[in-house]
Write a protein of this length. Structure first.
Lengths: 505, 164
């Protein structure tokens, strides 16, 4: 087993991996950029090394700097977390060349999966079901027109190197095809430096369901059940759950077997995720493979009782999977909410800043993976994910009621977060009935919610405002300093002027 | 002590006094039995009769909000004997400060000193966490002064410009 692991990441995932290291008796080395000196992962680490300025390209994405820390700290392995260098095949290879173990798949497996078109070609050979379309980049507008005619409108144009909705265009009719193709190409070129675009039949209102796989370095590959990730805003996942409300044991087995075939076709090792689109008839189609630990891995951990980061580390250390497919059991239901520093009242604009108050929920069935703390200044430079709140219950209803309860306890002051969004989703009738698809959230947000004026709570707030002032908490206008000092020095004149003003009004 | 309190635009007159460890409270003339403990700075445990409430206080720049359960209220507290705060009542006359709602970097200025702006017109673009946000003018008027330059780092509450 490794003695020391370097965690090449920040935020909640760095803390998550650090905890696994400590649970396994492994020392944790972290790296941090200039603005992350006070970050939680640095506070909790055994060793911490500065790697440069805030810009990720000069710190968390800088391969030579990170490998230099690995060498100086004598780390025997590197965990990349998610994002940053986690799916960078060059980095995986550079680790091999530097003699430090990369906790993840090989560079070759990443390359096989990194391009959506290449993955598609490899998977077609393995008999994996696909959305009808091209598995190669489009050569010309004519080709796009012909394929679209054949598979039928609506069609989806997608960037081969894409992700996060960039370079994607939905085309309803032939006359929109040309301009959409040009727009998708230029966006792909701008976002990924690669203008390759392919075409697929558009699945309307699909569900996004993914299958967790785990493969050791001795030829065993297992699947650990699916995650429903249909709740997205602008193609970014917001809430995930496991199991999916629409997947029964037979569908799970069929999807799981396809996922295992996908992984084996790429000689995949370590943890990975195979994403599927599922149509309204519950047909599933391979979308892509994510060659990393996912943000939403905790829901799988809760329903399987397994620790995916422990297993990642054991696999990377050369151990065999300690269980077989038949021994994987799914029990209960888990739902994860991604807490972002963003303002729901201002179009979800990022809201960095100082956390002045943090009240964290706990209690039965609640897990919180967090990278923040009270007093910390959320930097402006990175992804706004602050924490993940995960609810677990014997069934979906109980998981929902526990999360609802936990969100009544959760309070983050000083910055804006999307916590209110989850309160709203959790009481939404369609959500509670598990009627989910990737358009759910955008539709929900278009409906304005009636905000009943709560006059009783307003009365409570009025009394509390006075109490805060009386009990010495800082309240502007009557802040202990100015207000009272004023009163002490010139009470009469103030009072008089105030009355005069009042009389004049 | 007497307070004028505004909660989401609605005015209250609150009279709070403590004698011999007991509070007396009148809210707009209504006599209420209350008791409060400051559990920690910014967290108040409040009893009104036998009903219990946890109220959180949040201040960002000059804005004060109180949270009763999961409901947020914009709050202004004024001591009626004090002049302070009286001038801050929100009408549209006079110069208005345009402040940065969050820390970030000014990537673009959309107006110059002396420009006429409509209410809701963009004044500056502030970038944070890789997203750009247009900061808008709260009123129609003339840009009296721009206080930041392109490329400047700003904190929440920093004044970007003044519109007269």
């Amino acid at each position: 087993m490794f003695k020391k692991i370097l965690i090449a990441n920040r935020g909640e995932i760095a803390v998550r991996v650090l905890r696994a290291c400590h649970e396994m008796g492994i020392a944790a080395v972290v790296v941090y950029s200039h603005v992350d000196r006070a970050a939680l992962h640095v506070r909790k680490a055994d060793e911490a090394y500065p790697i440069g300025p805030a810009a990720a390209s000069e710190s968390y994405l800088n391969i030579p700097k990170i490998l230099d820390v690995a060498r100086r700290s004598h780390a025997d392995a590197i965990h990349p977390g998610y994002g940053f260098l986690s799916e960078n095949a060059k980095f995986a290879q550079a680790c091999v060349d530097a003699g430090v173990k990369f906790i993840g798949p090989t560079a070759a497996a990443m390359n096989a999966m990194g391009s959506k078109t290449r993955a598609r070609q490899a998977m077609e050979k393995a008999g994996v079901p696909f959305v009808p379309g091209t598995s190669r980049g489009l050569e010309s507008f004519d080709e796009a027109r012909q394929v679209a005619e054949r598979i039928g409108y609506p069609v989806m144009l997608k960037a081969a190197a894409g992700g996060g909705g960039k370079g994607m265009r939905l085309v309803y009719a032939p006359d929109q095809l040309k301009s959409s193709l040009e727009a998708a190409r230029s966006e792909a070129e701008r976002s990924f430096g690669d203008s390759e675009v392919y075409i697929e039949k558009a699945i309307m209102n699909p569900r996004h369901i993914e299958m967790q796989v785990l493969a050791d370095e001795h030829g065993s590959t297992v699947y650990l059940g699916e995650r429903e990730c249909s709740l997205q805003r602008r193609h970014q996942k917001v809430m995930e759950e496991a199991p999916s409300p629409i997947v029964d044991p037979d569908m799970r087995r069929r999807m799981g077997e396809v996922a295992v075939r996908v992984a084996q076709a790429a000689a995949y090792t370590n943890a990975g995720t195979v994403e599927f689109l599922v149509d309204q008839q519950r047909n599933f189609y391979f979308l892509e493979m994510n060659t990393r630990l996912q943000v939403e891995h905790p829901v799988t951990e809760l329903i399987t009782g397994l620790d995916l980061v422990h297993l990642q580390i054991r696999i990377a250390a050369g151990e065999k999977l300690p269980f077989t497919q038949d021994e994987v059991r799914i029990r209960g239901h888990a739902i994860e909410c991604r807490i972002y520093a963003e303002d729901p009242d201002n179009n979800y604009f990022p809201s960095p800043g100082k956390i002045t108050l943090l009240l964290a929920p706990s209690g039965p069935g609640i897990r919180r993976d967090s990278g923040m703390y009270e007093g910390w200044n959320v930097p402006i430079d990175y992804d706004p994910l602050l924490a993940k709140l995960i609810g677990y219950g014997t069934d979906r209803d109980q998981a929902i009621s526990r999360l609802t309860r936990a969100f009544s306890e959760y309070f983050v002051g000083g910055i804006k977060t999307n916590i209110s969004l989850f309160r709203r989703i959790l009481r939404d009738a369609d959500f509670r009935a598990a009627k989910l698809d990737t358009g759910f959230l955008d539709r929900m947000l278009k409906r304005t919610e009636d905000k009943a004026v709560d006059s009783k709570s307003a009365d409570v707030a009025a009394i509390a405002a006075g109490m805060f002032a009386e009990l010495g908490a800082a309240v502007p206008g009557v802040s202990n300093g100015s207000g009272r000092a004023h009163e002490a020095t010139r009470p009469a004149s103030n009072w008089k002027s105030a009355s005069r003003r009042e009389a004049l009004q | 002590m007497l307070y004028d309190v505004t909660i989401d635009g609605k005015n209250y007159r609150l009279d709070l006094n403590r004698a011999e460890g007991r509070w007396s409270c009148r809210l707009d003339g209504r006599e209420l039995e209350v008791d409060a403990v400051l559990a920690r700075p910014d967290v108040l445990s409040l009893r009104i009769g036998n009903m219990a409430f946890e109220v959180k206080s949040e201040r960002v720049a000059n804005d004060l909000h109180l949270w009763v359960g999961s409901t947020r209220f914009a709050v202004e507290v004024r001591d009626p004997r004090s002049l302070r705060g009286r001038t801050r009542t929100g009408d549209d006359r006079g110069p208005k400060k345009i402040v940065a709602p969050m820390p970030g970097k000014v990537v673009r200025l959309l107006v110059r000193d002396g420009d006429e702006v409509e209410q809701g017109a963009g004044v500056a673009v502030v970038e944070a966490m890789k997203m750009q946000n247009e900061i808008k003018s709260p009123k129609k008027g003339t840009v009296q002064k721009i206080l930041v330059s392109e490329g400047a780092a700003v904190n929440a509450g920093d004044v970007l410009a003044i519109v007269e």
